[in-house]
Design a protein around this ligand. Structure first.
Ligand code: SF4
Length: 474
């Protein structure tokens, strides 16, 4: 009987089985940022401990970074304190830091892959839920909390429960105007936000195999929103081509050996799965969330559900509708938006910006909409500027910002105000997620956000592309 990638990586990294039933796993790479690390470093200092493997630890600053003006000290003193703490901790403990003056700075889940730090068959941990992103490379990547950040800093190990594996095969070809974001929102809608609890999600099938690494990252990024602690794609030539030549990739004379080993770590053809789900790509449509978790979504042609629909939890639906201000039964298309946000570790990579710019070019943002584009890293920003994407967005009325998490979570000056509705390419639509306790978030693909910004309301990007005189002209 063959093994899955998860089993192979797990076996290779197991230090021992703990009396709790958890596995003590060696962590190959620990990514650190300013929000979940200060207390962890304090705990090390109190005990006089060192960081076990600074050579396997890399830090950046992302969540609290102002995207308009990066001048220090920040106006927000708490943000300034977090940033200064990370700088001091990295200095004191000998950890590499991509700080605000570093061209490698950006959202932690964007820069890890970009720098070639993220590699197949690694165990990877970071104090952020969306660490599952790195699974796109065939890494087994865990989002962890502050106490676990402390544990990994001190021991380079993590105590974690073994998981089952659900294979999710996406077969066929995605229709035009349907993106990786729609695939993962559809998966979460179908399996539920708790459907992945206890599972790792292995994404496969010919539609996934044809995807770029950027698209695979979008899919894996939101695994956690479906309850799966880990999501991954088996590494293949697309993966290896992406990694080759990046700053932390194996050197040219060692790359072929690395590729051979990475290949051997992919799931075996006769691997046994605990569950299998098939999604037909042809049946997918652009998706928009209407509620307060990423599973509460409908096709852009759909309606907000009414009580008891599809056997869904009536109480949860009623609660979400109340917060969002929906009566139930309304078409999601046509919902007025106040803010359009293109960014976050889900959808702020160069390909996302290119596709959004393709929609935007030659159009103007609706007069009542505040629209912003926030590249995921300094590197993405510079690459986009070299292609002139910033000019396209600015000409259309978008604000072009510096790299950071921005309005994904509002721990920086980019926040919704009051009851504003935001068309967002981010990953969470929880109550108050974008900085206003009453703000409302509609998750969708970056192309859909671009279309919504121009229309001033939720609109079907497929119609938009068809009507656009510039579709495909970028
Ligand atoms: S973009 Fe959002 S989800 Fe991603 S790391 Fe930043 S805050 Fe977390």
């Amino acid at each position: 009987m063959g093994k899955t990638l998860l089993q192979k990586v797990w076996d290779l990294h197991t230090v021992r089985t703990l009396s709790t039933g958890q596995t003590q796993l060696f962590i190959g790479l620990h990514l650190v940022h300013e929000v979940t690390s200060p207390q962890a470093f304090d705990a090390l200092r109190e005990r006089g401990w060192k960081v076990a493997r600074p050579d396997r630890t890399f830090a950046t600053v992302d969540h609290i970074v102002p995207t308009r003006d990066r001048a220090r000290p920040f106006v927000d003193l708490l943000a300034e304190d977090m940033c200064a703490s990370l700088e001091r901790n990295c200095r004191d403990f000998g950890i590499r830091l991509a700080d605000l003056n570093d061209d490698r700075q950006g959202i932690v889940h964007v820069i890890g892959p970009e720098l070639g730090l993220t590699q197949p068959a690694l165990t990877l941990a970071c104090g952020d839920s969306h660490t599952s992103t790195h699974g796109a490379f065939g890494a087994v990547a865990f989002g962890i909390g502050t106490s676990q950040v402390r544990d990994v800093l001190a021991s380079q190990c993590l105590a974690i429960e073994p998981m089952k594996v659900r294979r999710i095969r996406v077969t066929g070809t995605l229709p035009s105007g349907v993106y990786a974001k729609d695939v993962i929102l559809s998966i979460i809608n179908r399996l539920g936000v708790g459907g992945g609890v206890g599972y790792a999600y292995e994404y496969g099938g010919d539609a996934i195999e044809r995807m770029t690494m950027d698209e695979r990252m979008t899919i894996c990024n939101m695994s956690i929103e479906g309850g799966a602690r880990v999501g991954y794609v088996n590494p293949d030539e697309t993966t290896f081509d992406y990694i080759k030549g990046r700053p932390f990739a194996p050197a040219a004379d060692r790359f072929d050996a690395a590729r051979k080993w990475w290949k051997s770590m992919a799931s075996d053809p006769d691997a046994r799965y605990d569950d299998e789900v098939v999604i037909k790509a042809e049946e997918l449509t652009p998706v928009v969330t209407w509620g307060v978790n990423p599973g509460q979504s409908v096709p852009v042609t759909g309606r907000v559900p009414v009580d008891g629909e599809s056997g869904a939890d009536g109480q949860a639906i009623a609660d979400a509708r109340r917060y969002m201000g929906f009566a139930g039964g309304e078409m999601i298309a046509g919902m007025r938006v106040d803010v359009a946000f293109i960014g976050s570790c889900t959808n702020s990579r160069l390909s996302d910006l290119r596709e959004a710019a393709r929609i935007v070019r030659g159009h103007r943002v609706a007069s009542h909409v505040k629209a912003l584009v926030v590249p995921g890293s300094v590197s993405v920003k510079k690459a986009a500027e070299r292609e002139g994407l910033d000019e396209i967005f600015r000409a259309a009325g978008f604000e072009w910002r510096g790299a950071g998490c921005s309005m994904c979570l509002g721990m920086n000056p980019d926040k919704l105000e009051g009851r504003q509705v935001c068309a967002s390419s981010s990953n969470r639509n929880f109550k108050g997620r974008q900085g206003s306790p009453t703000g409302r978030t509609l998750l969708m693909s970056p192309a859909m956000v671009a279309a919504a910004a121009i229309a001033g309301e939720v609109t079907d990007v497929r119609d938009f592309v068809t009507k656009s005189p510039v579709a495909g002209s970028l």
